[in-house]
Design a protein around this ligand. Sequence first.
Ligand code: PNS
Length: 163
Amino acid sequence: MRRAIFPGSFDPPTNGHLDIIKRSQPLFDEMIIAVLNNADKKTMFSVDERCELIREILPTVKNGKCELMVDSFSGLTADFAKRSGATAIVRGIRAVSDYEYELRMALMNRRLEPTIETVFLMAAEEYSYVSSDLMKQVFKLGGRIDGLIPATVESRMREKLAK
Ligand code: PNS
């Protein structure tokens, strides 16, 4: 049984994340979308809200038999992967600029857990500039981000800003 984790902050989940989840499914039997609970970082959505948002949008990218699960974790990604019985960590690469950061993480994670491989998937071209931080920034300044994040996420962002 091939189980992977797809770790990230997902604050908020974007169509770029969904694209990676869609592409991963033919490669694995099970995948856990692993939301980092980072108490030091100020996030727009709480870890529970991020998990809930992901659970809501997952059916839109269900692709074949791979079972999709959502969980949160604190601490090291490599430890969470090991605890979960995963053999792979999935990460998306959008552009060359992602590569250096991702390479360092992959090598460190491999040092921490040599049995777990990082699998890089290329995001679709139309999402190559989409990041959660950019989406939040543009949205807060009144710019349009439809088509780049799921509609349900956008409406939740609107509710947050109204508060
Ligand atoms: O979506 P992001 O913010 O790019 O995800 C980064 C993430 C969560 C994968 C990374 O920050 C991470 O793995 N954090 C957990 C702590 C950890 O394991 N750090 C060492 C990584 S080599």
